[in-house]
Ligand binder design. Structure first.
Ligand code: NAI
Ligand code: MG
Length: 361
């Protein structure tokens, strides 16, 4: 049977950018003889409007079965007044949690045509292609005890950074595997100088390296130095693996090395399923962009690059992923720009649909 994909377009520009991904999926079926079984459902505000919940149980069950979930974006001002328990984001969080997507991959890749767009000097970012792997299901965002407590006559806010050996090991393995698919270099970041969890993190990564991945070139760096190095000389890195909190911050910083939010894809991977493929969800980093929704202005590239990641990490089709990325590079080199990619000198933007069509062509 064909590999299966569940499309969850979501809200705002989510459905608009997902329309372009659907075109790309159709192209693979027609021209490359790669057919997918595609189903589609609601998530976020769209699901709330229909079912009173941001993720219906049937949708959750389907997500657990398919080879890959492709998600657009969720949220919008209309839903800001809702109770936290039914907010659109809760749909996303439930997917991540129940699919146990512990390994969050955020590439920072700079297309030559957009090197001027970076917050940094062109020579620092031209040709940049790095990958940050962030642990996504544990660490300080989840550790107990947590809360705001009374201590004497004042309040104290408490979060707990907590990592088990197995939680570190599984994300480390995922990063080592990725490094092997790329330039075979992994840099692990923590703060072993001041944190117990950082000492354990460094120990576990070192042990797994010695036992299972001695062929990968491993280095360790304190995360604060890592932040500095990412801005100073980002091309020194290939794959970076780090915990949930540091990964949140470092991946946002790395994202801005490359320019527009409309260009950034992500993948979240879990444990292998029976067929050997990891549980997986692919989504652009951006949100539902209510300010431009419904106007055909959204840049579909982040969402299309997320599908390229699905080709590479879920469908063993790395060459096809590279083909798709090359098409995007060509289109950009030829000068095609959605509105978000126009610099101060301006120019005429093309629409979401025109960008999708240009990539297909
Ligand atoms: P946002 O990412 O939706 O938009 C930030 C800015 O970037 C806006 O000016 C927007 O027009 C622009 N932008 C974003 N994606 C773009 C694209 N593909 N093409 C062109 N321009 C693009 O973040 P914001 O405004 O903070 O949040 C809007 C809504 O999205 C909120 O409800 C928020 O909760 C939700 N959100 C959802 C996320 C998700 O589904 N993963 C992630 C971030 C925010
Ligand atoms: Mg963040």
């Amino acid at each position: 049977s064909n590999p299966s994909i569940l499309i969850l377009p979501g809200d705002g520009i989510g459905p608009e950018v997902m329309d372009e991904v659907r075109k790309v999926i159709a192209w693979y079926g027609e021209k490359r003889d790669m057919a997918f079984d595609v189903s589609e459902d609601l998530v976020g505000g769209a699901a709330y409007d229909k079912h009173g919940t941001p993720l219906h149980d049937d949708t959750m069950a389907r997500a657990m079965e398919v080879d890959a979930v492709l998600l657009g974006a969720v949220g919008g001002p209309k839903y800001d007044v809702l109770d936290f328990s039914v907010k659109p984001e809760r749909g996303l969080l439930r997917l991540r949690k129940e699919m146990d997507l512990f390994s969050n991959l955020r590439p920072a890749q700079c297309f030559d045509a957009l090197a001027d767009f970076s917050s940094l000097k062109k020579e620092v970012v031209a040709g940049l292609d790095i990958m940050i792997v962030r642990e996504l299901t544990s660490g300080i965002y989840f550790g107990e005890p947590r809360g705001i407590f009374k201590e004497g006559n004042e309040r104290v806010g408490i979060n707990t950074q907590r990592y088990t050996e197995s939680e570190i090991a599984r994300v480390a393995r995922s990063a080592f595997e990725l490094a092997r698919l790329r330039s075979n270099r992994l840099c692990s970041m923590e703060k072993a100088n001041v944190m117990e969890s950082g000492i354990l993190w460094r120990d576990v990564v070192t042990e797994i390296h010695a036992a299972e991945y001695p062929d990968v070139e491993l280095s360790h760096m304190y995360a604060d130095n890592g932040a500095m190095q990412l801005v100073r000389a980002p091309k020194q890195f290939d794959v970076i693996v780090t915990d949930n909190l540091f990964g949140d911050i470092l991946s946002d910083a790395a994202a801005m090395l490359t320019g527009s939010l409309g260009m950034l894809p992500s993948a979240s991977l879990g444990a292998p399923m029976e067929n050997g493929r990891p549980k997986a969800m692919y989504e652009p980093v951006h949100g539902s962009a209510p300010d431009i929704a419904g106007q055909g202005k959204a840049n579909p590239i982040a969402c299309i690059l997320s599908f390229a990641m699905a080709l590479r990490y879920s469908f063993e089709a790395g060459e096809e992923a590279a083909r798709l990325e090359a098409a995007i590079a060509t289109v950009l080199a030829n000068g095609a720009r959605t509105a978000d990619l126009l610099g101060p000198e301006g120019g005429t933007p093309i629409s979401t649909g025109e960008m999708g069509d240009a990539i297909i062509a």
